[in-house]
Every structure is written in C-alpha cells, then in structure tokens.
Design a protein around this ligand. Structure first.
Ligand code: ATP
Ligand code: MG
Length: 467
C-alpha cells in the first residue's frame, strides 16, 4: 500500500478537480520529496496531462506563471503551481530549453527531471480518487539512502543544463544528503559549465544555497566539487591564504565561520549573510607581509560585480557593499560621545546596527567572543545616542538648506552642501549647538573664513608654477 502523504488541502483540491474533469494529476518534485524525507515542503507543484489552455478553463482566474505554460491557481489555491507533463528536449547551450513540448506520458515527464528524489509523483489518473506513488528512477530508495543521484547519465544531464550542478549542491546541503559518487564525479568534470549560467538562474539557486543553515555546508560542498572557482573565483582565492586568527584555519575557513555566525545572529537577514561571505573578499588582493591594508574598501569594490553576477537586486547589493566597506573600524573603550556620533554618521544611522552585527559575526568567525574588542560597549553607546535623539544627519539639523540660503543670501550648489556638513560636524561634537541662531552664526563665520581664504593676499608673490 502506498504511504499516505500529507498533502495540504489546496493541493488535494487541485488534483481532485483535474481528476474529476478527466485528467491525470499528481503532486511532483520537491514537495513529494520533502514529504517522503519527513520534512515540511516549501512549495507545491502539480503535474497533469491537461494542457495550459485547459488549465485556464478549469481554474478560472488562474494565470500563466511563465512562458512554459505553468499555471498558478487563483484564490485559496494560490501557491500551487500546475504544469502540463513535458518531454525532455534537445539542449543547445547547456541551459534549459527555450521551447517545450507537452506529452500525455507521466513517465517521460519524470525522467526529464534532475535528480531521482525529484522524479517521484503522487496521485493518479482520471476518475478515481486513489493515490499511488510513481517512482520510475528509484527515487524513494535514494531518499532512504540519503543520496542525490542524477536521473539517467549524469554527465549528459549536467551538460544539458548546467544549473543542475548548483541544484545538486543546494539540495545535498539542504537535506544533509551525500552526492552519489558518479553524480559527484560528473559535477567535477562539468564544473566549468557553471560560468555560462545566467545571473538570474544562478543567483536564485545560490541564494537558496546560502539560506541553508549553516551556510558553510553548501559553500564547502561547492569548494569540494570544484564549483567555487567557476562561480565565485574571488572567494576561491581565499583558500589556502593564511590568517593569524584560528590556528590551522585559512581565510576561507574564517569567511565560512563568519557566514555561519551571521546566519545564527540574524536567520532572516539574507543580506547580512552575503556581507559576511564577502566581508574579507578584498584580503587576497591586498595581502602584504601578513597584513591586509584597505581590504574593506577594496572588498566593497570587488563585491559589486560579484553581486551583479548573482543578480542581487540593487537595493540589497547597495546594502551589502556598504556593510563590507564599513566592517573595519577601531573602537577604544571610553571614547568620547562625539566620537561615537561621528562613527554613526560615517557608517550611516540606517546601517550602523547591522555593521555591528557583521562585526560580531566576524569576531565569532575569528574565534573570539561576539562582543570582543569593545563591541558590546559600542553598541550600548550607539543605542544611547539613538535614545537620546542626538542629531546624526544633515536632515536633523535645526535649520535646513533653504532657510540657510534665505538667512545668508547664498545660492544652492556644492558650497551649501559643504556648509551643511560643517554644521553637522559642530553638532556632532556638541548637540547643544543644534539651534537656528547658533547655526546661522556658525554659518556666517564659516562663509567669512572661506572668502578670506580665497581673497588674493596683497604683497605676496604668487607661488612659482611647476614646469
Ligand atoms: P525546493 O523544495 O527547495 O523548492 P525543488 O526540488 O522543488 O526544491 P524547484 O526549483 O521548485 O526545486 O523545482 C521543482 C521541480 O522541478 C524539481 O523537484 C525537479 O523535479 C524539477 N526541476 C527543477 N529544476 C530543474 C532542472 N534544472 N532540471 C530538471 N528538473 C528540474
Ligand atoms: Mg520547489
């Protein structure tokens, strides 16, 4: 007797509607795999012999999910993706096919799938309400043995679609499975193909890979299977670079330990994890007699193209590069409040707590306590400035650019920006000065000093010009 898999009601309802309308319908892919592996599925796919046009008829209000005719059911059934049985295709360019052909044959649909554990269907033909497992490639046995195994000839399957290289690692890491030896050998042999994947596809799988906890599990596996070099050569360069942090560990170990700590500190903060992964990416290039001068700034520059290559959205990639750039700072216990405020201003009030968290992960990844190096004190004092409502940005000054222009009869332009930033400096040093009178007085003084500096000095020769 087939095991009773606990499919959620909307999935059962979709399958029921299809079967009572004369079609075969099955839950397939990740959800069946996860249920058989005693895990909670993340999303649900239904495969059927009904064609896309028919699906739109049977599920009024549903819409096409992609150009391959996958349909997302409407309303309470939303989240269930329904796909017509498809046939495997001729792949010209190691990427997925750009045309699909439909089939009435479930077996064909299952055999085009990537791994045996993803090629199991649970459902049945039209009319009946019985459920059966259909498993033509031995997926259940592989799930029981905790193995990721390519369907069919692994070399051919990776050659067809190089994204499967990353998916194998992602699924092994997520499920804690091993990669079956022939499949693993084929991944190594085909690893170079990973360079041709589109940013969107590889970025999507990489972000799911990095979401696995601990993130080091998947990242290490990428390294072992020789996928790190083609995908993230800048990080592959960290392997073997000595660090005077943890004995016997190299820079790559430190990066991974930092990413793991970031995932523990902020499980839902994907950007922080990316920043942890990239925080020392500038080290190999800046290494000089065991030191890494300016590695944070260099690393932030290097991070940009990497994040583009992974199609990380602009907003997130901005945040990640700012975090990388800001992660190196010195803090002396007992520093002045003004120094704390200047630190907040330099890093940005919006980002400062995240920078501290990244540094905490960095500490842990270096084998120290999270709050080492005065970090706990610094965080308390940053929070105190926030609570006190200290002005920390130009926008919080007691006078704005327009008011200054009117009061001093000056025009907008770069000098106004410099003036505002000068006023903020004064206020960071002494918040009590943040009132309009005081600021206008300070602005007048600044302008007078500035124009005096620009007046030609009578009686003085201009400096000789250099040839
Ligand atoms: P998750 O549970 O993490 O979503 P998943 O296996 O469901 O994992 P999806 O990307 O949702 O991953 O894919 C759904 C199913 O589609 C897979 O289980 C697999 O059967 C098939 N599939 C996805 N990508 C490929 C691919 N590149 N080549 C072959 N089959 C694939
Ligand atoms: Mg899925």
């Amino acid at each position: 007797m087939a095991p009773q898999l606990r499919l959620p009601l909307p999935v059962l309802e979709v399958i029921e509607r299809l079967r009572s309308s004369g079609h075969a319908a099955y839950a397939v892919g990740g959800s069946v795999r996860d249920l058989l592996a005693q895990r909670d599925p993340t999303d649900h796919d239904v495969a059927t012999d009904a064609r896309p046009e028919r699906l739109l008829e049977l599920f009024p209000g549903s819409r096409y999910e992609n150009r391959f005719g996958t349909v997302t059911a409407p309303g309470p059934l939303a989240g269930v993706q329904i796909t017509t049985f498809r046939r495997d295709h001729v792949y010209g360019d190691h990427r997925r096919p750009n045309v699909v052909t439909f089939t009435d044959n479930l077996d064909e649909d299952l055999r085009r799938r990537d791994f045996t554990m993803n090629a199991i269907a649970y459902g049945g033909g039209p009319g009946s309400r019985d459920f059966a497992l259909v498993d033509p490639t031995g997926g259940r046995a592989d799930i029981a043995a905790q193995l990721v195994r390519a369907v069919g000839d692994p070399l051919a399957r990776f050659d067809e679609d190089a994204l499967r290289l990353v998916r194998a690692v992602r699924l092994a890491a997520k499920l804690g499975f091993e990669i079956e030896p022939r499949t693993a050998a084929a991944i190594r042999a085909s690893a170079g193909l990973a360079t041709i994947l589109s940013a969107e596809r590889v970025g999507f799988e990489m972000s799911r890979l990095l979401a696995v906890r601990p993130p080091s599990r998947g990242m290490r596996l990428l390294g072992e299977l020789e996928l790190l070099e083609p995908l993230l050569p800048e990080l592959a360069a960290q392997q073997g670079v000595a660090q005077n942090k943890l004995p016997g560990k190299d820079l790559w170990d430190h990066t991974l330990a930092t990413a793991d700590a970031a995932a523990e500190l902020a499980p839902d903060d994907h950007g922080l994890r990316l920043a942890a992964l990239l925080h020392d990416v500038g080290k190999p290039a800046t290494m000089n007699e065991g030191r890494f001068p300016r590695h944070a700034e260099v690393g932030a520059e290097m991070a940009r193209p990497i994040l583009d290559r992974l199609a990380v959205p602009r907003r997130e990639s901005e945040r990640v590069t700012r975090l990388v750039a800001a992660h190196m700072f010195d803090f002396q216990s007992g520093a002045s409040d003004a120094a704390v405020r200047r630190f907040i201003r330099r890093v940005g009030p919006d980002l400062v707590l995240d920078v501290l968290r990244l540094r905490e992960a960095d500490n842990i990844g270096s084998g120290h306590a999270g709050g080492a190096g005065g970090l706990d004190e610094l965080r308390d004092r940053v929070m105190a400035e926030f609570e006190r409502g200290s002005p920390l940005t130009v926008r919080e000054l007691a006078i704005d650019g327009n008011e200054l222009q009117t009061a001093l009869a000056i025009s907008p332009g770069p000098p106004l920006g410099q003036l505002l930033s000068h006023l903020l400096d004064l206020v960071l040093t002494d918040p009590a000065r943040n009132n309009p009178d005081e600021l206008i007085r300070a602005a007048r003084a600044w302008l007078a000093e500035r124009s005096a500096a620009r007046e030609p000095q009578p009686g003085r020769e201009p400096p000789p010009s250099l040839p």
